[in-house]
Design a binder for this molecule. Sequence first.
Ligand SMILES: [Zn+2]
Length: 271
Amino acid sequence: MTSIKLEYPQDPYGLILERLTSIVEDELSNTDPVSITTMCEFCLRPGEVFDNDGVIWVDSYKYSNHICKTCNLFSEQLPNALGNERGSIGYKLSSFKSGFLALPMDNAMPVELWLGGKYLDRINLKGGFKIIDRSGNQAKYDLCERIGEYSVITEISLRREMFLRHIRLSDSNNTYLSTETGSIRLNKAEFQALKNAFISEDFTNKELLDAVTTINAYKTGSIGSLHARTQELFGRLSQETRLALGNITDPASLMFMLAGLKAGLLKEEVK
Ligand SMILES: [Zn+2]
């Protein structure tokens, strides 16, 4: 029988396990092993792809979750690596309302945690993760600018059992970003073409924001091609921009890039 197990470093879950365990090993408390013969209850991977090697994690409802060791890393409190959320309660990798965990292609570089400003007062900046002060659309822009630099990127949110289902390995041309609803493919050439086209348009800030709103509405089907706003916008966009937009066929990918460009291409207002 052929094994369906992926070998390191082709297995993104194995990569996360290896890179993060070296940071947080001392504070892992769920060390009672359990053989998982069906599937991990969080990432839903079948046990045979991780050698059936799991742990039991008891949640606040006293329910015993059978999970793989990669998912366990997102369930444990990590007061040393991440600091305390309140009192003596340590942050988990799923304590943050939004953020990204990013593993550089170069395994000698530190694992990055991208978080918004409100967490930066309490998070441990010297706990082994490289904390990047980025969130929202600016983070999206910077992630698009760094396509090719990371092997694994996942959104981190309170719903670990969702974002842990969609983890994929990225390559030098594409970032596969795991989110709660799926994996978004961000292609380097597509993003750069769209960015350069937008720069050539020389939008004012208001025009930029209006254009993104209209494109979003059109691409998600809330306004049609004959709507006045669609007609007006596509009538004024250059062919370069229309081509760049048309080349990005995945709506989730386009929405992500446009959100990033809203932050990345804002001009300093002349007062
Ligand atoms: Zn799992």
